[in-house]
Design a protein around this ligand. Structure first.
Ligand code: HEM
Length: 421
């Protein structure tokens, strides 16, 4: 670490910038191992990776890919890893060395933060947001419907969850462009052309700093207000975990995670689902004819498309998996939600998309201790938005000559040109 070398009279403490860079280097190292696995890299780049995951699991449900790294694709093994108390998650808050809250915490302390956050995201608390999602979905559609075409990802899938996030937080909606740009820089979605890695890192760090400063300034302003506002930012200022008020860094660590966890995941899911429905007119027509089917269609598309493809875990102790593989302490594990969701041992005909599938125990929202906090919000946004789209634009298709390119985790077609008449 650059700041770790002591010279006369200088502090041995790394600067925040150095800490951030070291942490990003660690994240990239882990991502690098996974992306360097050519099998996973190929699956991630494919518009239809499902068969590849089935083949991988048939070959070996758990594979040692080198460098202390295991790839796990079977449902039984993924579920066992995510429910094992000797396994930790290890995510840090945007470029710091602090754990993201609650994702980077484990054990009893993780439970305490979930206990605090869960009531804010129950289905009942989230339901009233439906009217706002509907209004926004329609407003965005108003902007392009007359053209008969749009880039659905950029003009609809991306802005919708971001604007809803700002609204839930109680932040000004006209900050959308900034949040959108900085979030994409942090997640590596922004096309920066051929710039040097150092320059790329500097821009990412700048994005993290901007978001930190923004949240901090907003919280500072609210602390001066006599009456708390009825939104998430003000709620955080009075929230308690295990009998103590949250400190400012805890608030920032929660806010950073909610932003990263909530914005791209819903956008990517909308992108994957619209793309599927655009190229499967018979299935789409069923939803147009009967919007009450949309909820179960979303569960099935969540299973089949698995927009959040994988997570990571670290074994604190030696563990033995259901498939019989021994994972030594200190190993990293890539746990593939995408693989588990098409595991023939868990689903009948996993490669068939069946909107009537029952039961549908998919783990598109993860399994185990870190199961998605925002799944009710995500389901509401997805179902209200897709029904709004189908009510206004029932017949749509992917623009001729377009070959969709999927990338990222969450995976998505970041350009999705759709046409309709
Ligand atoms: C379709 C949309 C979404 C999908 C597919 C999704 C998926 C996931 C997955 C797979 C995880 C587990 C990550 C891991 O264990 O490594 C997770 C965790 C999480 N998600 Fe979501 N998510 C979605 C939307 C949201 C939204 C809208 C929010 C905002 C409230 C959110 C907040 C979280 C949080 C806070 C965690 C960490 C939970 C914990 O550590 O206990 N997610 N999500």
């Amino acid at each position: 670490m650059a700041g770790g070398l002591c010279t006369q009279g200088e502090s041995t403490m790394p600067t925040p910038q150095e800490q951030m860079q070291e942490e990003f280097a660690n994240i990239f190292k882990v991502e690098g191992l996974a992306w360097g696995d050519p099998t996973i890299a190929a699956a991630r780049a494919s518009a239809t990776p499902q068969q590849m995951y089935v083949d991988l699991t048939a070959e070996s449900p758990v594979t040692y890919v080198g460098d202390g790294f295991f790839r796990i694709t079977s449902m039984a093994d993924v579920v066992a890893v995510t429910r094992n108390h000797d396994v930790v998650q290890g995510s840090t808050y945007l470029g710091s060395d602090r754990p993201a809250i609650p994702l980077g915490l484990d054990g009893p302390i993780h439970k305490q933060y979930r206990h605090m956050l869960d009531p804010v995201f129950t289905a009942k608390r989230i339901e009233p947001l439906g009217a706002q999602v509907l209004q926004l979905a329609n407003q965005l559609i108003d902007g392009f419907i007359a053209k008969g075409e749009c880039d659905a990802y950029k003009e609809w899938c991306e802005p919708l969850p971001s604007i809803i996030f700002l609204s839930i937080m109680g932040l000004p909606l006209d900050e959308y462009e900034n949040f959108h740009r900085f979030k994409n820089l942090i997640l590596g979605n922004e096309d920066l052309g051929g710039i040097e890695p150092d320059e790329k890192m500097a821009r990412t760090t700048e994005a993290v700093m901007w978001i930190q400063r923004y949240f901090n300034a907003d919280l500072d302003a609210r602390e001066q207000e006599a009456t708390p506002r009825d939104d998430m930012m003000s709620w955080l200022l009075s929230a308690e975990v295990d009998g103590h008020r949250l400190g400012r860094t805890e608030m920032l660590d929660i806010l950073g995670l909610l932003m990263i966890a909530g914005l791209d995941t819903v956008a990517a899911s909308l992108g994957c689902f619209l793309s599927f429905l655009a190229s499967h007119p018979d299935q789409r027509q069923r939803l147009v004819n009967d919007p009450t089917l949309t909820r179960s269609a979303i569960e099935e598309l969540m299973r089949y498309e698995s927009p959040v493809t994988q997570g990571y875990r670290i074994a604190k102790a030696d563990i033995d998996l259901p498939s019989g593989v021994h994972v030594p302490a200190g190993s990293w594990m890539l746990i593939s939600w995408s693989g588990a969701n098409v595991d023939p041992a868990a689903f009948v005909d996993p490669l068939t998309v069946d909107f009537d599938r029952k039961p549908n125990p998919h783990i598109g929202f993860a399994s185990g201790f870190h199961r998605c906090l925002g799944s009710h919000l995500a389901r509401l946004e997805l179902s209200v938005a897709l029904n709004a789209w189908h009510a206004r634009i029932p017949n749509y298709r992917i623009a001729e000559g377009t070959e969709l390119v999927y990338s990222g985790n969450p995976r998505a077609p970041h350009n999705l040109p759709l046409v309709w008449s």
